[in-house]
Design a protein around this ligand. Structure first.
Ligand SMILES: NC(=O)c1ccc[n+]([C@@H]2O[C@H](COP(=O)([O-])OP(=O)(O)OC[C@H]3O[C@@H](n4cnc5c(N)ncnc54)[C@H](OP(=O)(O)O)[C@@H]3O)[C@@H](O)[C@H]2O)c1
Length: 270
């Protein structure tokens, strides 16, 4: 894949992206780096992260490998962002909560052995990272200064969370996975109401079908998924979602695009 042209849209930001070894997270990392933003990548497959760093150039990009739902890994990602790119005193101000996985089937038919990992990754991991990043972002502009004209407008801070169309519409084929995304949507809206008045944008992106490793990990029948692709294609590519991230984070701090739902044009439902 070609490295995109460098622009400087996000060069004064410090980014953290979870689930950056594949699919949407990898594309988001590429997008942010192409806009000049220093980035900490996270995923469990460390070698994949280092391959990406090798390709994009190591100056403005580093990795913290590990489970994104673990509190200690989350603190390490945020510490590395602060010390590597924030000179020890500035925290990450563009945090993308993306790590997640799907699961074929409903509450009646899906593999119960995978429930705990999915709920931990999709829901608890998202909640822990929103909280940890939010706590650090809150310190940037003290409460006492939030009403002072312009103070917070100089410090755009974003937490961008990847939800799903199946977190809004009950999925006919993966309702157990969808239930985790309904939970994620609730978390995001709650955090938006809590942190928005303090100048922090908490944003939900709700993608529909995106071609990635997701379908294999979820255990969808390859023939079935090919049939879906044919019926609704072309489906979305990870880069289509990544563009939304620079669009959201690139807005002036006083403008919040708080929710984007994006489907392939021919996908009717979910
Ligand atoms: N593809 C779709 O159709 C679609 C639609 C709507 C929403 N989404 C959401 O978009 C997000 C990304 O999905 P994708 O399509 O890019 O899937 P993907 O290609 O399977 O990529 C998932 C990424 O998450 C990482 N990951 C999984 N569990 C992790 C954990 N416990 N800790 C750290 N990293 C972890 C994986 O890396 P490692 O295996 O190396 O850890 C990988 O980098 C997910 O939240 C998914 O629910 C996807």
């Amino acid at each position: 894949m070609q490295t995109p042209l460098k622009s400087t849209l996000l060069k004064n930001r410090i980014a953290v992206v979870t689930g950056a070894s594949a699919g949407i997270g990898e594309a988001i990392a590429r997008e942010i780096v192409s806009h000049g933003g220093p980035t900490v990548l996270n995923a469990r497959r460390e070698a994949r992260l280092h391959e990406l760093i090798g390709e994009l150039g190591p100056e403005d990009i580093t990795a913290v490998a590990g489970d994104a739902s673990s509190e200690s890994v989350i603190e390490r990602m945020l510490d590395v962002a602060r010390h590597t790119f924030g000179a020890g005193h500035r925290d990450a101000d563009l945090v993308v909560v993306n790590a997640g996985r799907g699961l074929n089937g409903s509450v009646m038919t899906s593999d119960t052995a995978q429930w705990e990992e999915m709920v931990r990754t999709n829901l608890l991991g998202a909640a822990r990272l929103i909280r940890a990043a939010g706590l650090r972002m809150l310190k940037v502009v003290p409460d006492a200064e939030i009403n002072q004209k312009g103070a917070w407008l100089k410090s755009p801070r974003d937490i961008i969370v990847i939800g799903s169309t199946v977190g809004r519409n009950v999925s006919p084929f993966s309702s157990m996975y969808g239930a985790t995304k309904f939970g994620v949507h609730g978390l995001v809206e709650g955090a938006r109401r809590e942190l928005g008045p303090k100048g922090i944008r908490v944003t939900l992106i709700e993608p529909a079908f995106v071609r990635s490793e997701f379908q294999g990990v979820a255990g969808y029948d390859p023939k079935w998924i090919e049939g879906v692709w044919e019926r609704i294609g072309p489906v979305l590519e990870p880069a289509d979602i990544a563009r939304m991230v620079s669009f959201i984070a690139g807005q002036p701090a006083g403008v919040h695009v708080s929710d984007i739902l994006v489907r392939p044009t021919r996908q009717d439902y979910p």
